[in-house]
Ligand binder design. Structure first.
Ligand code: SAH
Ligand code: DHB
Ligand code: MG
Length: 219
């Protein structure tokens, strides 16, 4: 087994379940054209987010970390007509490219981009709560604080997903000095004793680096 196999299997899964979507292709090309490092989720991970959105009949979704809106488009497309995604992005240029991509996908009326630091914006979202699904995918050091704020915006049954919590297996290194690794280790440890959720971690392989996603259900 190696990464080439994982990539080919991603192609295989896409061949089975993914009708190439021009709005997503446009978004990826626009992210690259604008010189933004493409940390977007993969198409198979987008499908996974959609399965979870459908599983909880999501009408209100919160995303932390928009980048170019690639994951936002996947999430918005899983919503009913009256559904809404609120997505938080710190970098104004990323938010601008995301807006182009979301408008191009004709999802402008379903998506609200909030520009600012997630730690500042999350405490202001009480009137929009509860969210049915929350996807955390911004900077890694405050992941535990993002998760705790997400809990305040949740109800019983809300699904909370956090990207990049395995980091190529680097989470196993307890002596790590990498702030991103330390951030996700702190979240994973917090979740191991958090009574408010039932959680696990799904390892993710495929066209992106070996990583993992927290899947948590608020109870
Ligand atoms: N969810 C996106 C990828 C997000 S990459 C996708 O899969 O398509 C992480 C994003 O988080 C970057 O755009 C980065 O600018 C943003 N970010 C970093 N720190 C942040 C903060 N404090 N608050 C909000 N967003 C932040
Ligand atoms: C990083 C962030 C991401 O959201 C991602 O999917 C991959 C890597 C990072 O900051 O290293
Ligand atoms: Mg990510």
């Amino acid at each position: 087994m190696n990464e080439q196999v994982f990539e080919k299997v991603d192609d295989y899964i896409n061949g089975l379940f993914f009708d190439n979507d021009p709005a997503l292709t446009y978004a990826t090309e626009n992210i690259i054209k604008n010189g933004i490092e493409d940390a977007s989720i993969s198409p198979v991970q987008g499908q996974l987010l959609q399965v979870f959105a459908k599983a909880c009949n999501a009408r209100k979704i919160l995303e932390v970390g928009t980048l170019g809106g690639y994951s936002t488009i996947w999430l918005a497309k899983a919503l009913p007509d009256d559904g809404k995604v609120i997505t938080i992005e710190y970098d104004a240029f990323h938010a601008q490219v995301a807006k182009q991509n979301i408008d191009h996908a004709q999802l402008g009326k379903k998506v609200e981009i909030k520009v600012g630091k997630a730690l500042d914006i999350l405490p202001t979202l009480g009137t929009e709560a509860p969210f049915d699904l929350i996807f955390i995918d911004a900077d890694k050091p405050p992941y535990t604080e993002y998760f705790q704020l997400a809990l305040t915006l949740s109800r019983k049954g809300t699904i909370i997903i956090c990207d990049n919590v395995i980091r190529n297996g680097k989470v196993l290194d307890e002596q790590s000095t990498d702030e991103k690794v330390k951030g996700v280790q702190r979240l994973n440890t917090f979740l191991s004793t958090c009574k408010e959720v039932k959680a696990t971690i799904l390892q993710t392989v495929g066209s992106k680096e070996y990583d993992g996603m927290v899947i948590a259900i608020v109870q």
